[in-house]
Structure formats: C-alpha cells, structure tokens
Write a protein that binds this ligand. Structure first.
Ligand SMILES: *[C@@H]1O[C@H](CO)[C@@H](O)[C@H](O)[C@H]1NC(C)=O
Ligand SMILES: *[C@@H]1O[C@H](CO)[C@@H](O)[C@H](O)[C@H]1NC(C)=O
Ligand SMILES: *[C@@H]1O[C@H](CO)[C@@H](O)[C@H](O)[C@H]1NC(C)=O
Ligand SMILES: *[C@@H]1O[C@H](CO)[C@@H](O)[C@H](O)[C@H]1NC(C)=O
Ligand SMILES: *[C@@H]1O[C@H](CO)[C@@H](O)[C@H](O)[C@H]1NC(C)=O
Ligand SMILES: *[C@@H]1O[C@H](CO)[C@@H](O)[C@H](O)[C@H]1NC(C)=O
Ligand SMILES: *[C@@H]1O[C@H](CO)[C@@H](O)[C@H](O)[C@H]1NC(C)=O
Length: 685
C-alpha cells in the first residue's frame, strides 16, 4: 500500500510535519543527494520549498519512488525521520547541511533526543578500488538533548524498488551474517545483464548492511506490517517472509532495528550501508571492434561480492577521514577563489558528477564510463564529458584519460566510418559504437572537444605519449576543423535542444582553438605543425565575422552577421585552460563588459533564441571574465540554487529569469555536466 504524494502534501499542510523552520547550510538545494555513487545508485530527496526527509519518499533520479523508511523509538514512542510511510509522527527536522560528499540532517525528537543522520557517498578521485564500489553510508547518531536518559531504537528499511524498475518482477532475498556484520541481500529472480527497466539495472545484487550488535533485530515482510509491528513493539521479530514475490505484491521490505539502550549526553552511532554489486558492468566494443563484457573495476581490488560489501562497511573510518579532507579542500579552494557563493555551487556538484560514472575494466586497464543521465542515456557522450572536464582536471586529470580511452579505442578499431569525431558510443550500458556512422552528428563540436580534452589531459599529467599514440586520429579530426571551423555548416552544437544553425560564432571559435591546440600537440609530439598558421588566419577572420561593434556594448553574435543576436561565448574558456594565450584580451574584456547588460535574475541567457541558460556554460564564461562579471555569474547561480522551484536532482538547464524549468524545453536531471562548475578551479595556477 502506498500513500500518494497528494495525500502526503495534504498531511504536511495540516501540520503533520514539524512547524519550525529548517536551518540550511550553505543553502536549501533543489534536491539532496542521499545515496549517489553511480548511475544505478542514484537516490535523492526532492525538495519543495523545504527539504524535509520525513513525509515523502526518496526518489531515483527518474522520479521513481525508492521505498526507504527510517523510524526511531524514544521511550516507547515511534517517530519517522525518513520516508513516506503513513501513520507515523514525523520527527521535527532542525537542519540540513550539505558538503561535497555528505548530506547531514538533524532532528529534535520530542525535545528529548537529538538525532543526526548523515548520508555519505564517498568520492575518491585518486583511489580507483574504493571509487569502483557502488555503495553509500548512512550513519545515524542519537544523544539526549534534555540531560535525562532515554531508551532509543533506530530502525531502517528499504523496499525491493531499488532492485527493479519493473515492479512486477519477482525478487528473491536472504538475511545473512559475515563476521560482525548482518546483511539483507535482494535481487531480481530473473536477472537480465546489461538491460534496464526505467533506467534501473535489471541485474546485480542489492545489500543493506549493518553491524551485528546485541541490540540488532531484523525482519523481512510486507511494508505496512513490518513498520507497524516495529511501532508497536520497538523490536523486530527476526523473521523472514518466505514468499518470494513481485516488488509491488504486498511490497516486501528489508528492515533492521538497533536497540541502543539508554542514551545520555554521549552520542551513540549506528552505521548502515546500501548499494549493489554487479560483476560485469558494461558491454563494450573496444579495440577489437566486437562487443565484450567489461567487469566492474572492483573485481580487481576485492576477492568476491561479500568481501567487497564487508570491506566497504569496515572502511568507514578511512572514508570519513579521506572525504573530510576532500570536503575541506573543495570548500576552501572554492571560497578563496570566488567566495562562499562559489562553494555553494561546487559542493553540490560533486556527487552528482561522480554519480554518472561507472568504473570498469582491470587495475592495469581501467575505464570510466559515463551515462548521459536524463537527456537520452547515451554512453560516453563527448559533449557531456567536455562540460564535466573541469572537475576531473581539478581533482585528478588521469580520470580524463579513463573517460577518453573508450572513445579512442572504438574509433581506432576502424569501427566508425565518419571523418569527424563520434558523438557517443551508444546507450548505457551498451557501448557498441556506430559502425554505420549514424550517431547524432555534432561534427565540429566533437572534433574540437576531443583535441582540447586530449591536450588538457596530456599537459596536466605530463603524458606526451598519449598524444603520440593517438596522433593519427587527432590529425584526422584537425583536418575536419580546417574544413569546417571558420564557416561552420548548418549543424547542431552541444546545446542541441536549441536546434541547428549555420555559422555559430561560439562553435566556430571552439574549432579554431582546436586547431591552435593541435598545433601545440604537433610540437609536443615533434610532428610537423600543419595547423598553427591556419588557426591564426581563422582567428583574424572570425573577429570580423563574429563581433557586432555597431553598438555601445560590442559583443559576439550568436551567428555571423545577426547583429541583434548574442550568446555566451563559453568556448574561449579552452584558451585559458590550455594556456594557449591565443585569444586577444580585448575579446575577454568585451564579453565581460557585455554580459551584465543582458543578465536576468538568475543568469545570463545562453543565447537570444530563448531565456534559457546552462549552469555549466555560465561558469565556463565566468571563469575567464573580469572579477566583477565573474562575481555576477556566481552570485546569480548561488541565489538560483537557494530559490529555484525546480525540485529534482540539480538541473543544468533553467530559465534565467524565473529560475524554473525551461518552458517548452526538456527537463534535465542529475546530469554530470555540473562538473563544469569547477571551471574556475581547473584553470592552471
Ligand atoms: C515538533 O515541534 C512542535 C512545535 O515545537 C511541537 O509541538 C511538536 O510536539 C514537535 N514534534 C515532535 C515529534 O517532536
Ligand atoms: C590520480 O589517480 C590515479 C589512479 O587512477 C593515481 O594513481 C594517481 O596517483 C592520482 N594522482 C594524484 C595526483 O593523486
Ligand atoms: C568488525 O570486524 C572488523 C574486522 O573484521 C573490524 O575492523 C571492526 O572494527 C569490527 N567492528 C566492530 C564494531 O566490532
Ligand atoms: C527473463 O527475462 C527475459 C527478458 O528479460 C525473458 O526473455 C525470459 O523469458 C525471462 N525468464 C523467466 C524465467 O521469466
Ligand atoms: C499494533 O497495535 C495495534 C493497536 O494495539 C493493533 O491494532 C495492531 O494490530 C498492531 N499491529 C501489529 C503489526 O502488531
Ligand atoms: C555563413 O557566413 C558566411 C560568411 O559571412 C556567408 O558567406 C555564408 O552565406 C553564411 N552561411 C549561411 C548559411 O548563412
Ligand atoms: C570589431 O572590433 C574588434 C575589436 O576591436 C575588431 O577586431 C573587429 O575587426 C571589429 N569588427 C568589425 C566587424 O568591425
């Protein structure tokens, strides 16, 4: 049985939730990452005007409910702190804080107990083994808030919705122990490798794990019965429903409760982990041109499924210290670069970006596959990797290579016929490429992106061999830029929701910078430079074609000659990222002076076709703008995060005026391109 969202909203109007205001640090986000570590472990709390954890269900990024309930017993009374199960008093939530890796909620339970719940999805840019596990931590802490001692039980369950997007699929389950841990394992009876239903993987095993202490009890059964039984008895019966059935057939849930005894002013903590194990993760046509299963990278680092589950759980101390350092580094670097507003933006982007990645392959040949979440689920989309590039350049440039390798391997195998660069490799998790060359064509965009990203990685990692190894393909794409970059044919740019257009100013400059980058690649690899002079010639011509000087605030146009138009010239960012010193300072100055004249409440519109904007491109433009214009972009976007009416995992496409989803446009959710908000931090020092 399921309460509807409408019913929950009505309850909240009736004051069913607490009435006191929640304190947000640094601000109220549109949605809160709860367990976000991969395309399949990607669960969020969607916020309305406020982010209260109890009263509605957590959602997969698609909006599908993922039944996940948290209850707490205090002196025999039971309160809900997580989830939408009906019939429970909601705990009063007092605050929400987010960092790069954690979402921390605190609750005041009847004036007696302070409950702190931390949803912790670690990010390990330098540690492939740990990063490759699709698991998150949930730490629940309780302490007395009135000085008296109180009897406390901590309860959590998850439903089988995590394991199948098709709710009519039969789920199997078991409860077992390993060492000092107890886990519920649940999975589809009929697994289907590399298939999805509603974007949720149709293969793999899910685990909810906790420590086996003397107060631990468990229960698997029908949702309402399991919860009501806990509410009555504040203990679980240690029984397992033996009737394996469909996700939505009397909704089986997998529950644990910890009776922690009497809680005084010393904090008591219980830890849970939630996630999935998949042996094979991607089907990939690489060097051989033939599809072959690629194992989860975790298999090179852990002996088997249970070793991985146990290792992740027992690694909590290490995870906490590594991620505390990472959280601190990102916050401090963001603040010292552009203030608190900038940190508000970057810290919300980290888990979202890494949550679109799947770590695959072996220790000696790792791959990072990326899912173009929500737009069309493509795998390895080049113009999605490109906007996300700044976060990788800032955290660990080698991740860029693991992202580019699958694209090079597929195209160098000869399995892609076009002379320009491939747009993507297929639909996640099947990277079969396009032997017929019928991918979404973005020729200029992707040729420029591949050359720029390859050089960016090689410069930062000092890896000239990488450029040597791929010089032939890079040259082929540069030749395409010679043909098409100065006078771009009618084509899509990365902003494909806006349609095709000829002579796009911003697209042209990407290609021209690509030629300049290729000239540097030629000199680094000691090859003949066939592109440097062309880049210089094209830039001079581009300046004449691209700029409207016939106004008090000169600016580049959206397309050549269209004087009434304008757009974000975000592609000049690559000039600074690569330290090319190619684009004249007067162009940077001109755009810096222009943007404030067309800014709306929450952003500068992407271009004159709509009032829509893109958060990644806002910060690419900001990163190379004057100090005051930089500040304008950043303060508007931070204000947008705190006030937008969008309520799903942060969108990168919104209306610059209203801050809402774009009217008549696509709804983007949880896309990794928000890694582009690290544009300022990725620039060479
Ligand atoms: C929540 O706070 C309100 C107002 O202070 C109070 O009346 C109510 O009892 C509290 N509820 C719980 C569950 O603590
Ligand atoms: C980047 O990550 C790789 C593992 O992929 C690691 O070997 C390397 O040390 C990391 N680089 C830095 C600078 O930490
Ligand atoms: C559980 O066992 C592991 C080693 O197997 C140990 O590292 C950990 O501290 C133990 N945890 C508890 C709560 O006893
Ligand atoms: C399992 O699912 C596949 C499709 O995903 C289907 O073809 C097959 O018949 C199913 N097998 C059983 C035993 O239900
Ligand atoms: C819980 O207690 C209520 C009231 O005593 C009773 O009606 C209900 O059947 C009990 N539910 C369970 C699952 O024990
Ligand atoms: C593109 O710009 C060039 C140079 O101004 C012009 O000759 C050409 O007609 C334009 N193409 C289109 C389709 O407008
Ligand atoms: C506009 O001004 C820029 C910068 O001063 C110059 O390079 C460009 O040639 C001018 N363009 C036109 C069409 O006059």
């Amino acid at each position: 049985m399921r309460p509807t969202t409408i019913a929950m909203a009505a309850l909240s109007v009736l004051g069913w939730r607490g009435v006191e205001a929640v304190k947000y640090t640094p601000t109220r986000p549109p949605a809160v990452p709860l367990a976000v570590r991969s395309p399949y472990l990607n669960t969020w709390l969607q916020c309305g005007s406020d982010c209260t954890l109890a009263g509605d269900w957590p959602r997969f990024w698609t909006n599908q409910i993922q039944g996940w309930e948290g209850l707490v017993g205090v002196d025999g009374e039971v309160y809900a702190w997580l989830g939408g199960a009906p019939g429970f008093k909601a705990a009063n939530q007092t605050s929400l804080e987010y960092t790069s890796t954690k979402s921390i909620f605190t609750f005041d339970i009847a004036g007696k107990v302070t409950l702190t719940v931390t949803f912790f999805s670690p990010v390990y840019p330098d540690d492939l083994g740990r990063q490759s596990l699709q698991f998150s931590y949930i730490a629940v802490k309780a302490k007395s808030s009135d000085g008296s001692s109180h009897k406390v039980q901590i309860y959590m369950d998850v439903s089988a919705e995590f394991a199948s997007g098709d709710l009519s699929q039969v789920i199997n389950w078991e409860t077992k122990t390993s060492g000092n841990l107890t886990y519920h394992r649940f999975y589809r009876a009929n697994k289907s490798q590399f298939a999805e239903s509603g974007e949720i993987a149709s293969w793999g095993d899910w685990y909810l794990t906790t420590g086996t202490d003397s107060g631990l009890t468990y229960h698997i059964g029908q949702d309402n019965e399991v919860r009501a039984n806990f509410a009555n008895k504040t203990v679980l019966p240690n029984t397992i429903d033996s009737n394996f059935r469909a996700v939505n057939d009397n909704w089986p849930v997998f529950a644990f409760s910890h009776d922690v005894g009497s809680v005084k002013t010393d904090e008591v903590e219980r830890l849970f982990t939630l996630g999935l194990i998949q042996d094979q993760v991607i089907n990939f046509a690489g060097q051989s041109g033939q599809l072959a299963a690629v194992p989860g990278l975790w298999q090179s680092f852990y002996q088997d499924d249970i070793s991985a589950v146990v290792a992740f759980y027992n690694d909590y101390g290490h995870a906490t210290s590594v991620c505390q350092r990472l959280d601190g580094q990102i916050k401090t670097d963001s603040e010292s670069t552009a203030g608190q507003d900038y940190s508000t933006i970057t810290t919300l982007s980290v888990r979202q970006t890494f949550g679109a990645l799947q770590f695959a392959g072996t220790g000696s040949k790792p791959y990072v596959f990326l899912k173009e979440i929500s737009s069309n689920s493509d795998i390895q989309t080049v113009d999605v990797i490109f906007p996300a590039l700044p976060i990788f350049m800032y955290l660990n440039a080698t991740l860029t290579r693991y992202l580019l390798d699958p694209l090079f391997e597929n195209q160098e195998s000869g399995a892609y016929p076009n002379k320009y660069a491939e747009h993507d490799l297929g639909t996640f998790p099947v990277a079969k490429g396009y032997p017929a060359g019928n991918d979404e064509p973005m020729p200029l965009e992707e040729c420029g992106n591949m050359i720029i990203m390859s050089l960016a990685y090689a410069q930062r990692a000092g890896d000239v061999d990488y450029l040597k190894a791929h010089f032939a393909k890079l040259s082929q794409w540069a030749e395409f830029l010679v043909e098409d970059s100065l006078i771009p044919a009618n084509q899509l740019s990365t902003d494909d929701f806006a349609g095709t257009l000829a002579n796009q100013t911003n697209l042209a400059i990407k290609g021209i910078i690509g030629l300049k980058a290729m000239s540097q690649i030629a000199s680094l690899t000691k090859n003949e430079d066939k592109w440097g002079q062309t880049a210089v010639d094209y830039l001079a011509k581009w300046k004449v074609l691209a700029i409207n000087n016939d106004t008090t605030t000169p600016h580049t146009t959206l397309s050549y000659g269209d004087k009434a138009s304008h757009g974000l010239l975000y592609n000049i960012y690559a000039d600074k990222l690569l330290s090319l010193n190619f684009i004249d300072q007067e162009i940077y100055d001109m755009q810096s002076n222009f943007y404030p004249t067309v800014a709306l409440e929450y952003a500068v519109p992407l271009d004159t076709r709509h009032t829509w904007t893109k958060s990644d491109w806002q910060l690419f433009a900001a990163a190379v703008a004057s100090d005051s214009t930089k500040k304008m972009f950043i303060s508007k976007m931070a204000a947008w995060i705190g006030r937008t009416s969008t309520n799903r995992a942060m969108t990168d496409l919104y209306d610059a005026g209203s801050g809402a989803y774009p009217e008549g446009g696509p709804v983007f959710v949880a896309r990794p391109v928000v890694g582009g908000t690290f544009a300022l931090l990725a620039l060479p020092k």
